[in-house]
Design a protein around this ligand. Structure first.
Ligand code: PMP
Length: 452
């Protein structure tokens, strides 16, 4: 009879032999955790160890693991009709588009794809074609921000502002420019947050002017930078960027791949800042990652440009799996769960507690800043509080390892090349219970207390 331990070793062995993991090298001493089960906010590995998943997978399992309702929605739809090419239509896609417009509180046309990268690629293609059909074919460039992540495909990666992710894969798609995002913790001494945020927004305007306004198609940004280290702008920044885009005829594309579906305490992250994007991209929390699905939501009057004439009526983009009926059915059920359980409001409530209970970490000798919005938290670690020198990889790694040893998975984010890979992140399922939140707080507190 094989023991669980032997079984695990066999699995690890097979994994080593056949699976090429994303990003992480396969290190002999630390094989990847092999996940076996998930329930609520908790996941269990093959050896039976339980962890609270403080990152919701990759910031995506918003309603938590093990939802029978979602499995049933997929099962029922697959039995009824498993596939429709999106050159045609089907009921779950139609209903979901209607529902998304309700959530967006506006009138957008909904284009379906499979992943966040896909959704952003589609946004770039739509923006370029729109300008062409609008008599402004010279507008092809996009402005994005350093430290932002927008996906792994050649266009979305070009928009990404983290150099290490691009290194060795260049040349990427041409026509992508970057400016610095507001990083309020590291703003120049003596400058108010508002002044600093206005300055950062004006850098986007400078870029548009210096590159020649008539070459700029769009600005793409997350409502707040997530993967690059939880950089939350002052509302004045986001509002000013929208003003600048409007003034210069540039489309504003908001990437809601992480911030959407309740994460920031609103249905969509941009709703915190009172703006109306021209294009909104979404993925991850749309289905809580139970099935792959993404959306590029396009303002109605932009879409109307694609109905002008026989020549203009084509948007020549197709993807086989986009808008899969089972994925759309799961998304609809997922949104129903979020509404029924009040998870958007819960994100705010849980987040507020987390920020309150962990605020005192700012007194820790190696914590420079604790910041968050909704159920999203960043703890920026430093070597020295005065100089704000980012904490070493070993120091950050120790906190992560101690949290894991005590049953909590936390993330590490920032940007290696910029020197800021020093932000401990939390983005737990919005469905966490109050006891789950207590657990997160106690494990994080303990890890910092023991590593002064
Ligand atoms: N945009 C953002 C903000 C993301 O965080 C990600 C993925 N982490 C993407 C786009 C790309 O999504 P995907 O991995 O589904 O292609």
């Amino acid at each position: 009879m094989t023991t669980v331990k032997q079984e695990e070793q066999t699995l690890v062995e097979k994994d080593r032999q056949n699976v090429w993991h994303h990003i992480s090298p396969y290190m002999e001493k630390s094989p990847p955790m092999i996940w076996a089960k998930g329930e609520g906010a908790w996941v269990t590995d093959h050896e039976g160890n339980r962890y609270l998943d403080g990152m919701s997978g990759l910031w995506c399992v918003n309603v938590g693991y093990g939802r029978e309702e979602l499995a049933k929605a997929a099962y029922d739809q697959m039995k009824e009709l498993c596939y429709v090419p999106m050159t045609q239509g089907h009921e779950p896609a139609i209903e979901l588009a209607e529902k998304l417009n309700e959530w967006l509180d506006d009138d957008y046309q909904i284009f379906y794809s499979n992943s966040g990268s896909d959704a952003n690629e589609v946004a770039f293609k739509i923006a370029r074609q729109y300008h062409q059909q609008n008599g402004e074919g010279s507008r092809y460039k996009f402005i994005s921000r350093y430290r932002a992540y927008h996906g792994g495909s050649m266009g979305a990666l070009a928009a990404t502002g983290q150099a290490l992710r691009k290194y060795k894969y260049e040349p990427l798609a041409p026509g992508f420019l970057h400016t610095a995002p507001p990083d309020n913790y590291r703003r120049p001494k003596g400058m108010s947050v508002e002044e600093y945020n206005i300055m950062r927004a004006e850098e986007i305007e400078q870029k548009i002017i210096w590159e020649q306004e008539e070459t700029i198609a769009g600005v793409i940004m997350e409502p707040l930078i997530t993967g690059g280290g939880i950089l939350i702008p002052d509302p004045v920044y986001v509002q000013k960027v929208q003003e600048i885009c409007d003034k210069h005829g540039v489309l504003l594309i908001i990437d809601e791949v992480i911030c959407g579906f309740g994460r920031t305490g609103k249905k969509f992250g941009h709703q915190n800042f009172g703006i109306k994007p021209d294009i909104v991209t979404m993925a991850k929390g749309l289905t809580s990652a139970y099935l792959p699905l993404s959306v590029t939501a396009v303002r109605k009057d932009i879409y109307e440009k694609f109905k002008d004439s026989a020549e203009n009526s084509h948007f020549r983009h197709v993807n086989t799996f986009g808008g899969n009926p089972a994925a759309c059915a799961v998304a609809l059920k997922n949104l129903e769960i979020i509404e029924r359980e009040g998870l958007v409001e819960q994100a705010d409530r849980h987040g507020e507690r987390l920020r309150k209970e962990l605020a005192h970490l700012a007194d820790h000798p190696h914590v420079g800043d604790v910041r968050g919005i909704g159920f999203l938290l960043g703890i920026e670690m430093v070597e020295d509080k005065e100089t704000r020198e980012p904490a070493s990889a070993a120091r950050v790694g120790k906190i992560i390892a101690d949290c894991k040893a005590n049953g909590l998975i936390v993330g590490k984010n920032g940007d290696t090349v910029a020197g800021y890979n020093n932000i401990i992140t939390l983005s737990p399922p919005l469905s966490c219970t109050d006891e789950d939140v207590d657990f997160i707080i106690s494990v994080v507190k303990k890890a910092f207390e023991e590593n002064k």
